[in-house]
Design a protein. Structure first.
Length: 97
């Protein structure tokens, strides 16, 4: 849909098309491939006005041990989400056969 009728500029639109595909949720796994890899939904620049300042303030107020605990919890949740996605993919592949 992004390529004009002469189809000569497809290579210029490939990056955008791949990015769009990576951030769109997939029905079979219930989330986007981006979310499977990084554990969070992709944030588009338009949606990121000033939340970064709030994040910096939150980081300043957090001790090292608290930050480490949060990171470990995040990594465990990410691993659980990936295992869940693997199960969903397996189930979906069995249905498709």
């Amino acid at each position: 849909k992004l390529v004009n009728e002469s189809q000569r500029n497809w290579h210029k639109k490939l990056y955008d098309a791949l990015w769009a595909d990576r951030i769109m949720p997939k029905r079979a796994i219930g989330m986007s491939p981006f979310q499977v890899v990084y554990g969070v939904e992709a944030q588009l620049l338009v949606t990121m006005e000033l939340p970064a300042l709030h994040l910096m303030k939150a980081i300043e107020d957090t001790s090292f041990n608290d930050a480490l605990d949060k990171r470990i919890m995040y990594l465990h949740k990410l691993n659980e989400d990936r295992l869940e996605v693997a199960d969903k993919i397996s189930t979906h592949q069995q249905k498709v056969k």
